[in-house]
Design a protein around this ligand. Structure first.
Ligand SMILES: [Zn+2]
Length: 182
């Protein structure tokens, strides 16, 4: 039987970017937007505050876009400071590239295993699903989800008892499956 685990975001990730005021490199966003309309052209930014000095950074979402080419639904979400929209935009590689930011997901996610019933079985088949593109090491998920030490997980890999189609020691942010034999 296949079990499903889910890597779930628990809050917005920190934004990695250098602060012009104090040189720190971490910003926290509460998901607030600023929208500015000027002669039918719209600018929109996601606001983030430096975790060290409180300086505000504006992350560009829309830059001088004609109001008619912006979906009304997107405008509503910007005006409503829709927290889901901030999460979507931060995961968009185009937005990250344009603003030269990276994300720090430490302490911003949890692993949902749906209970521990399946852990007593001799063979465990697990499908791991990512609710957001959060880069994590599969070995870390497996030791947490199966209640094993990192050494036990490493040994299971060496002995061929833990198999997957992906590299388990590198970082991943997309769905994968693995099989663990006791
Ligand atoms: Zn600062």
């Amino acid at each position: 039987m296949l079990n499903t685990w889910v890597v779930m975001p628990t809050c917005l990730p920190l934004v990695l970017r250098r602060c012009h005021a104090c040189g720190s490199d971490r910003f926290r966003t509460s998901g607030k937007f600023r929208v500015n309309a000027n002669h039918k052209l719209i600018d929109a930014w996601l606001l983030a505050l430096c975790t060290a000095c409180g300086e505000t950074a504006k992350l560009t979402v829309l830059e001088r876009i004609h109001v008619r080419s912006v979906r009304p639904e997107l405008l509503d979400r910007l005006h409503d400071n829709d927290p889901g929209l901030a999460a979507e935009l931060l995961q968009d590689p185009v937005v990250r590239h344009r603003n030269r930011i990276a994300l720090d997901w430490d302490n911003a996610w949890r692993l949902d295993t749906g209970g521990s019933d399946h852990l007593d079985r001799e063979v465990i088949d697990v499908s791991v699903r990512f609710a957001a593109r959060i880069p994590v090491r599969p070995v870390r998920l497996i030791d947490e989800g199966c209640g094993l030490s990192r050494a036990e997980v490493e040994r299971a890999i060496t002995e061929g008892k833990l198999v997957a189609a992906v590299r388990l020691s590198g970082k991943l942010s997309g769905d994968f499956t693995f099989t663990l034999k006791r």
